[in-house]
Design a protein around this ligand. Structure first.
Ligand code: HSE
Length: 434
């Protein structure tokens, strides 16, 4: 029997327990796993299912140091005490399974260095995309490809809000409040709506896809607070939907250690597979050579899906232990499950990004404004694909421009020139196009 120490019996911990206590018609190895101890804040709290009360404790540290526990499952969430408990578990020679993207994205360097030194596994399938298997494929099946792109909808809350804005024509603030009322958004929605959660997940995906650690603060990050019903409506007219995308790319012709990393609302062409990923669903498109593109799609959160991912990690470790591939010394670690890299990727400056842009201007309604905008773009080598002018908004002309693929630095230079134009009222929005 492999003995599990479970840290946390909230939504995910409950889902993990349900799977492990009911192994019928699942993988036969699940029968070799026993939940030995469970760490909770209040051991006396009534539970939704029967659990041996003797296994419950509020002393979480006693679990990670218990010599009888082989594998620690951390599903507490939050940075502390999760980080310290993971490190302590590794320090006492235990394997770890975690769903904690925030801890892995911030402290991956110390966690994986310690794990590699101790010869233990730290697996994190549930940290990205909930129930979607994407971490294991990146480490294994997809690893034979020269990967060049990971593009994902990795935050369910923002996808739910944007889908409703798209369907109802409503503005962000009202729909956020309704999402909070319905339990789709947290009371403090910052981590989701400002793109922090997506950036954490992108750091993990990019690090696995391109083999270099990521400094989280180097990821360009914009959330969805400024996405307006007006932009969604123009995007629709132009053949796009707006999605919060997490994008990591490596240019096969450039420095192999340099990556492009960004999280921002993006105009996605209606015919692109990511355009029809709606509500709380997640999807991740991975591109590589010679594979081409694959898309992973599924439930990005929730008790059952997240627990499925957590238990798949437990199963992988149990299988490795059974085949003798995970005992000390460290050399015996299965390289298809480990995270061996220890250098950092270099992050490309956004000014060198090449993509299409959508820009909405409010200007005075006077002769020659479109010409003047076109001249400023032309001066900086920014070629325009389309220019749309519809009705007046509050007495101002609203002009929407979509560029061809251009360098972001050139667009910024053109916008600096445009800011000098007397006829300009404001640059109401600037969004990138997939
Ligand atoms: N807040 C996250 C989301 C939960 O909305 O996707 C899953 O990580």
């Amino acid at each position: 029997m492999i003995k599990i120490g479970l840290l946390g019996l909230g939504t995910v911990g409950t889902g993990v327990t349900k799977i492990l206590l009911d192994p019928a018609q699942r993988h036969p190895l699940l029968k070799d796993i026993e939940i030995a101890r469970i760490g909770v804040r209040s051991p006396d709290k009534p539970r939704r299912f029967s659990i041996d009360a003797a296994k419950l404790t509020s002393d979480l540290e006693s679990i990670v140091t218990d010599p009888d526990v082989d594998l620690v499952v951390e599903v507490l969430g939050g940075l502390e005490p999760a980080r310290s408990l993971i490190l302590k578990a590794i320090g006492t020679g235990k394997h770890v399974v975690t769903a904690n993207k925030a801890v892995v994205a911030r402290y991956g360097h110390e966690i994986f260095s310690a794990a590699n030194q101790a010869g233990v596994y730290v697996l994190l399938e549930a940290a990205v995309g909930g129930g979607i298997p994407v971490i294991a494929p990146l480490k294994q099946a997809l690893g034979v490809n020269r990967l060049r792109g990971v593009t994902g909808i990795v935050n369910g809350t923002t996808n739910y809000i944007l889908t409703r804005m798209q369907n109802e024509g409503g503005d962000f603030e009202a729909i956020l409040q309704d999402a909070q009322r319905l339990g789709y958004a947290e009371a403090d929605p910052t981590a989701d709506v400002d793109g922090y959660d997506a950036a954490d997940k992108l750091a993990i995906l990019a690090s696995l896809a391109f083999g270099g650690r990521i400094h989280l603060e180097e990821i360009h990050r914009e959330g969805i607070r400024n996405v307006s019903a007006t932009d969604i409506s123009y995007a629709r007219t132009l053949g796009f939907v707006i999605k919060l995308l997490a994008v990591a790319r490596r240019d096969p012709g450039a420095d192999p250690n340099e990556v492009e990393l960004r999280v921002h609302p993006t105009l996605v062409p209606r015919e692109h597979p990511l355009a029809s990923v709606n509500d709380v669903y997640n999807a991740i498109v991975i591109e590589g050579d010679p594979l081409g593109q694959v898309m992973f799609f599924g439930p990005g959160a929730g008790e059952g899906p997240t627990a499925s991912a957590v238990v798949s990690d437990i199963l992988n470790i149990v299988a490795a232990l059974k085949t003798g591939g995970a005992t000390q010394p460290a050399q015996t670690i299965n390289p298809l499950l480990a995270c061996p890299h220890d250098h950092y990727s270099k992050v490309r400056p956004m000014a060198s990004l090449e993509t299409r842009f959508y820009i909405r201007f409010l200007t005075r309604d006077e002769l020659g404004v479109i010409g003047a905008l076109g001249t400023c773009f032309g001066n900086q080598g920014v070629s325009l694909e389309s220019v749309v002018q519809k009705d007046l908004r509050d007495g101002l002309a609203e002009i929407v421009v979509v560029t061809h693929t251009v360098r972001e630095g050139n667009v910024n230079a053109a916008l600096n020139e445009i800011r000098q134009l007397k006829a300009l009222h404001s640059i109401a929005s600037l969004l990138r196009v997939l």
